[in-house]
Design a protein around this ligand. Structure first.
Ligand SMILES: Nc1nc2c(ncn2[C@@H]2O[C@H](COP(=O)(O)OP(=O)(O)O)[C@@H](O)[C@H]2O)c(=O)[nH]1
Ligand SMILES: [Mg+2]
Length: 332
């Protein structure tokens, strides 16, 4: 028999953590509501699938995912309890927002992405200059697509075939910072010598690069944490490199499964001292969560400008678009 904490306790706990995090970070997100299964007693008789199915994500997590653009909870009998809770919370919130009003989020944008260096060996790393963000993860999880998506570009090559990125690729984000696309780790068909060479290349970059400010470990939301990922977390932890998980391809999961996946992933990293406890949740295909992720990266790199800046950029873009379509229409 597995013991769950009553849902109202989860809320209370989530609210406390939420408040604490709001004090230290400008945009507290998912971890604030999800560390609820850690207190569950392990039942070793259950399969991983059964354990996964038994997770009951709190309503707050659903709300945050809906807000990020990951769909809505179905209006079926199965979720009627959650819908009731949600309606109650909406009512309470309405009272509050009538007084304050929710602040609208602008569309955050990156300057132009451009490739500037590729390295197959540490000797060919470009000199350290701007701060860097690196994307690592198993082959085919969606690292390259993610970089394209946040930068609104198609400069980075993506592929269905695993193992295409066999070198570390460096990209300029305008003159703000660098984004780095790393080779995928942990797939079977490369021989040992080659794999060892890649491993050393990545380890050297990750441990010796002084300008590296954040390692994002990208996971496919359908698969979650795999053995190769755990090995990689251990390596990062032993070298005391701070890292954060990004769950991508989240469009391929229905909302309840996505919420459960987030909880299982957060349970995995709870014990790892160097893991950022917040999991970033995105889809490069639908762009859900991408704007928020862009904001977090800009903040991390020290380049987040006031909202008015992004609003002005968007207004100029809209104006240009309007002019273009007007002149097209008049030519017809
Ligand atoms: N549905 C969906 N497919 C994705 C997403 N991100 C990547 N893919 C697909 O996954 C495959 C591998 O992506 P890629 O970015 O090359 O992975 P990488 O090997 O980790 O760089 C490609 O076919 C992409 O189109 C996503 O968010 N949603
Ligand atoms: Mg790639």
């Amino acid at each position: 028999m597995q013991h769950y904490r009553p849902i109202h306790q989860l809320f209370r706990q989530a609210a406390v953590v939420d408040r604490q995090l709001a004090l230290v970070r400008p945009f507290a997100s998912l971890a604030t509501v999800t560390n609820n299964t850690s207190n569950l007693k392990e039942n070793t008789n259950l399969s991983n699938r059964q354990k996964f199915n038994q997770i009951q994500p709190p309503i707050k997590l659903y709300e945050k995912l809906e807000k990020l653009g990951f769909g809505t909870l179905l209006k079926t009998k199965r979720y009627s309890g959650l819908h009731k809770q949600k309606a109650k919370r909406d009512q309470q919130r309405q009272k509050f927002t009538e007084r304050v009003g929710p602040p609208p989020e602008p569309k955050y944008t990156f300057p132009l992405l451009s490739f500037f260096a590729g390295a197959k060996a540490p000797t060919s790393f470009p000199p350290e200059s701007l701060d860097e963000i690196a994307f690592v993860g198993r082959s085919n999880v969606g690292k390259s697509s993610l970089i394209n998506s946040v930068a609104e570009s198609n400069v980075v090559r993506t592929s269905d075939k695993p193992g295409l990125t066999q070198q570390i690729n460096f990209y300029n984000v305008g003159k703000l910072f660098h984004m780095i696309d790393m080779p995928g780790y942990g797939f079977a068909f490369v021989d040992d010598a080659e794999r060892e060479q890649w491993r050393q290349l990545m380890e050297t970059y990750i441990t010796e690069r002084k300008t590296l400010k954040r390692v994002y470990v990208v996971l496919d939301a359908r698969h979650g944490v795999k053995v190769a990922d755990i090995d990689f977390f251990k390596m990062l932890n032993s070298k005391q490199v701070k890292f954060q998980i990004v769950l991508t391809k989240c469009d391929l999961l229905v909302l309840p499964n996505l919420a459960k996946r987030i909880i299982t992933v957060e349970n995995h990293i709870q014990q790892l001292r160097n893991a950022v406890k917040d999991v970033v949740v995105v889809s490069s295909k639908t762009n859900a969560g991408i704007n928020q992720f862009r904001k977090e990266m800009l903040f991390l790199m020290g380049h987040l400008k006031p909202k008015e800046f992004y609003e002005a950029v968007q207004a100029t873009k809209d104006e240009k678009e309007a002019k273009k379509s007007k002149s097209l229409n008049s030519k017809r």
